[in-house]
Design a protein around this ligand. Structure first.
Ligand code: ADP
Length: 899
């Protein structure tokens, strides 16, 4: 074991489970050994060698004052860094780990997004192999003091969905989660959070409850309805304990436990957030919904808008409240602009309050708190003076924080703080005159001493008739008198020479030395006293953390609602009407695309009887735009926004699910078809009859018949079992026939006008299916040589002649069965009340009847057909269906190869 400083480093390293240790050695923080090599490499630091007791160790260091940016860089790469500080003790130094900086507890963040630390626990013995069980989740943002906890019943997918919403930077898995390889794998793969292990003690129910009670008060859990939520409490307790253990000192900024019920929200998985480009673009050229509608003027406002977009809600009262606010602000043009201008003078109060709590706020930060607090009454005045806003939710939002307390704190800061303080907090200049008598005396004495020194040069010049005489001060010489070389012979005896320069000499005198000591004494006492007064003030701000969070939240909400109003007015959006069922959009537009092109508005109607639209139309006609705009309009309505439509009647949904083209996954090198199927599986599992499902092509990633089979089965399942509102765009023209047999399926198509070789996209959505399959047609239009096009038509015809598909549907208890003849493009079949399988007349006469003696059919293919026929879709899970289809595909492929 190494001795000396390296030995001390290694011993401290033993104490912590952080990835890296930065240890203070005088004016530097040093990394040694492996840590030094690693950090040197990662951060491009110079690695030197430290000899210690005969051995040499790599060493890399950063100056004390520059640690923060390096810490930030390491932590943002996902590492946890322990920081050991040095203390003077009798006759030497002592070092101890003061804090551990981790991705979820990093305070020094520059981006305006929230930075969450999460804990995920599952009830003991809850792993049934499929990950089903009760989960507790807690999310804390140390930069703002936000704290949320919830409990859900579900599986890993539900946990991931919640994680996407908060996008935690760091995740603490509880004991049962740690042993669940599958969940850990998914967390690693699909979230950007670093997984950190925290002591299992913190997760035990009793300990966790005690931690939560201590933090939020004994009544908090009951008052937010989490008293019985054992798993939520475990998660919350673990997060609090971890924040405390890291020693970043922000625990006190968490003043309030905010429960949230995932059931109240709208399920919006990561795939859907990405597909809809809510806050992150898909490609480089992509423009997000957030970019498009964000007119907020503060970073807290922007953060809240982002949060709203990622966490739409269902609660009608809250949606109505927000929309009332937007409506009032939309109408109050002048007051709205006044409001936004005032808001522009506010800073990120929630973040500032966290900085005050952790003791890292400087005087400039406190001035920012003061200025932000001053915004509140100005906003209130603007609102009171506006007839539209007076009685609107905006007035309520501004009435939420305790305005008297806010004004008192603002006044105190205003009385105390100097107007232009330095960035440091130790060397004075922080507090204004007139605030503290002792300080005023110190200031007066200090300034008198300084005045004496200021006048010294003039006095000495006159007294000794020396022209080139000046005074100055520097670090090594302190105060001095400087005389040019030409006149040094005139210098009086009382001058002591302290330095000889090229062109001048420096001197001091007894009197100057005395004054110098006086100045230094005043400086030190003034610095100390100002620091003390400043700390008191900062403590006062820290104590007001909850007030500041209320103020920050109110300002952010005003900003957010005003931003929605600005966009609504500027782009002619309308307020959606919230109804009990259905979705009825008149003249709907895509919020992002409408900014880029002359947009053709389209209508959409979904009702209980018409819940499933099969959308067809040529490539590039506008199918996916139509479907996305539907999802986005619904989502906008569920954050309380106006929507891009002439009018809209919307029943809030419990989830929005999408499955769209897989370009980005291709780029990631993942198996596209596998991804497509797992997304489909998720939708079929999770969606309910109150969800909105958008499917943009299903089954495209595999062979045609495979694809059709899956699309077909999925449609039936969504229609019969899930009963979700669904928009399904497909290039399988065959699927349009389903409308005749599944009673709630309707065909619509995006119209295109084709004359000769030209296609004109009309962008209008019309009832009914397209009249043809477009693939070969497009090939023709694109100039593929005629022999190839002609041959494609032959091949298609032959393919169609060989297969038929049975359709199953149910309406009011009655089963409908029919056989779809791919060749004829229509159904043959009949309804049967018993729900029994294939009726004889459904298959009789079909060219596809396996028994019809068609000897072109390979026995292997025939066995596949049999298997297809024998599969009872109603009793087979979608996943099982998929795997069967995949096996059939393999069988058919083998047959083809053999043949
Ligand atoms: P598809 O899904 O049918 O292949 P898209 O929805 O991707 O087609 O639309 C192709 C392009 O057409 C879009 O990039 C968009 O610019 C334009 N577009 C789509 N719908 C409309 C519309 N209603 N009005 C104007 N342009 C539209």
């Amino acid at each position: 074991m190494a001795e000396g400083i390296v030995g001390e480093f290694l011993a401290l390293k033993e104490e912590t489970d952080a990835d890296l240790l930065a240890m203070q050695c005088g004016d530097f923080y040093e990394f040694f050994g492996d840590d030094a090599e690693f950090v040197g490499e990662e951060l491009d630091l110079k690695i030197s060698e430290k000899s210690s007791h005969g051995s040499a160790y790599p060493m890399a260091g950063v100056p004390l004052t520059e640690l923060t940016p390096y810490l930030k860089a390491l932590v943002e790469r996902g590492y946890r860094v322990a920081v050991a500080d040095q203390y003077e003790v009798d006759g030497g130094h002592k070092r101890a780990i003061e804090r551990v900086v981790t991705p979820g507890t990093l305070l020094e963040t520059t981006d305006s997004d929230a930075r969450y630390l999460a804990a995920i626990v599952r009830e003991d013995g809850g792993n049934d192999g499929a990950g089903e069980g009760r989960y507790g989740l807690a999310f804390a943002d140390v930069t703002t003091g936000r704290f949320h906890a919830t409990e859900i019943s579900g599986d890993a997918e539900d946990v991931l969905t919640e994680c996407y919403r908060f996008a935690p930077a760091e995740i603490l898995p509880g004991p049962a989660v740690r042993t669940d390889d599958d969940l850990l794998e998914r967390l690693r793969e699909r979230t950007a959070g670093t997984l950190s292990l925290h002591t299992t003690d913190a997760f035990t129910p009793d300990t966790a409850r005690a931690t939560v009670d201590e933090q939020f008060g004994g009544a908090a859990l009951a008052s937010v309805g989490l008293d019985e939520a054992r798993e939520a409490i475990r998660a919350a307790g673990a997060v609090l304990d971890y924040v405390d253990a890291t020693g970043v000192g922000t625990l006190a900024s968490m003043t309030r436990l905010q429960p949230y019920h995932s059931g109240e929200g709208v399920a919006l998985d990561a795939t859907t957030q990405r597909n809809l480009e809510l806050v992150e673009p898909m490609g480089e050229a992509g423009r997000t919904l957030l970019d498009t509608i964000d007119h907020t003027v503060t970073s807290a406002g922007g953060r809240l808008l982002r949060e709203w977009l990622c966490r739409p809600i269902r609660a009608r009262a809250e949606l109505t409240r927000r929309a009332d606010g937007v409506e009032a602000l939309a109408a109050a043009a002048l007051a709205r602009e006044e409001l936004r201008e005032e808001l522009g003078g506010a800073y990120d109060v929630e973040r500032l309050s966290s900085k005050a709590v952790s003791g890292s706020a400087d005087a400039r930060d406190l001035l920012r708190v003061r200025d932000s607090l001053a915004v509140l009454p100005r906003l209130a005045d603007a609102v009171a003076g506006s007839p539209e806003l007076q009685n609107s939710p905006i007035a309520d939002v501004l009435a939420r924080p305790d305005r008297a307390a806010a004004e008192e704190l603002r006044g105190a800061l205003d009385d105390a703080l100097a107007e232009d303080p330095p960035g440091g907090v130790r060397e004075g200049g922080l507090i204004q005159q007139g605030y503290d008598n002792d300080l005023d005396e110190l200031i007066a004495g200090h300034e008198a001493a300084l005045d004496w020194i200021d006048g010294l040069a003039d006095r000495e010049k006159r007294r000794h008739s020396i022209t080139h005489l000046s005074t100055g001060r520097n670090k090594t010489d302190g105060y001095y008198i400087q005389v040019g070389n030409s006149e040094t012979d005139q210098v009086p005896e009382s001058y002591d020479q302290i330095k000889s320069l090229k062109n001048a000499n420096r001197y001091t005198t007894d009197e100057l030395e005395e004054r110098e000591r006086e100045v230094f004494r005043f400086e030190e006492r003034r610095g100390d006293l100002e620091y003390e007064l400043f700390c008191e003030l900062r403590g006062r701000v820290a104590d007001a953390a909850q007030l500041l969070q209320d103020v920050g939240r109110a300002l952010a909400e005003c900003d957010c609602l005003a931003s929605l109003a600005v966009h609504a007015v500027g782009h002619d959006w309308t307020r959606p009407e919230l109804v009990e069922s259905g979705l009825d959009i008149d003249g709907g537009r895509h919020p992002v695309v409408e900014q880029e092109v002359e947009f053709v508005p389209n209508d959409l109607e979904l009702t209980d009887d018409r819940a499933f639209l099969v959308v067809t139309g040529p490539n590039m006609s506008g199918k996916s735009t139509y479907m996305r705009q539907t999802a986005l309009i619904t989502l906008l309505a569920q954050i309380g926004s106006f929507v891009p439509a002439r009018s809209a009647r919307i029943a809030p949904v419990d989830g929005i699910y999408t499955r769209v083209g897989a370009l980005d996954e291709l780029a990631q090198g993942r198996s596209t078809f596998m991804v497509e199927m797992s997304e489909l599986a998720n939708i079929l599992h999770s969606a309910t009859d109150e969800s909105l499902v958008i499917l943009d092509e299903v089954g495209r990633g595999t062979a045609t018949y495979d694809g059709i089979s899956i699309a077909w089965a999925a449609t039936e399942y969504l229609h019969n079992e899930v009963r979700a509102k669904t928009l399904f765009a497909t290039h399988y023209h065959e699927l349009t026939g389903l409308a005749e047999h599944l009673d709630r399926v309707t065909n619509v198509h995006v119209a295109a006008d084709e004359r000769g070789d030209d296609v004109t996209f009309l962008r209008t959505v019309e009832e009914g299916p397209t009249d043809r399959s477009y693939g070969i047609h497009v090939a023709d239009l694109a100039g593929v040589p005629e022999p190839v096009v002609g041959r494609s038509r032959d091949v298609l015809a032959k393919l169609r002649a060989e297969k038929a598909i049975e359709a199953r549907g149910s309406s009011s208890g009655q089963s409908v069965q029919a056989v779809f003849d791919l060749d004829a493009g229509s159904f043959r079949g009949s309804a049967s009340a018993d729900g029994g399988r294939t009726t004889e007349d459904a298959t009789r006469g079909s060219e596809a009847d396996p028994d019809s003696g068609d000897d072109s059919l390979d026995p292997e293919a025939e066995s596949v057909l049999d298997a297809v026929q024998e599969t009872n879709i109603d009793e087979t899970s979608p996943v099982e269906l998929m795997s069967r289809v995949s096996a059939w595909q393999q069988q058919l492929d083998d047959t083809e190869e053999d043949g």
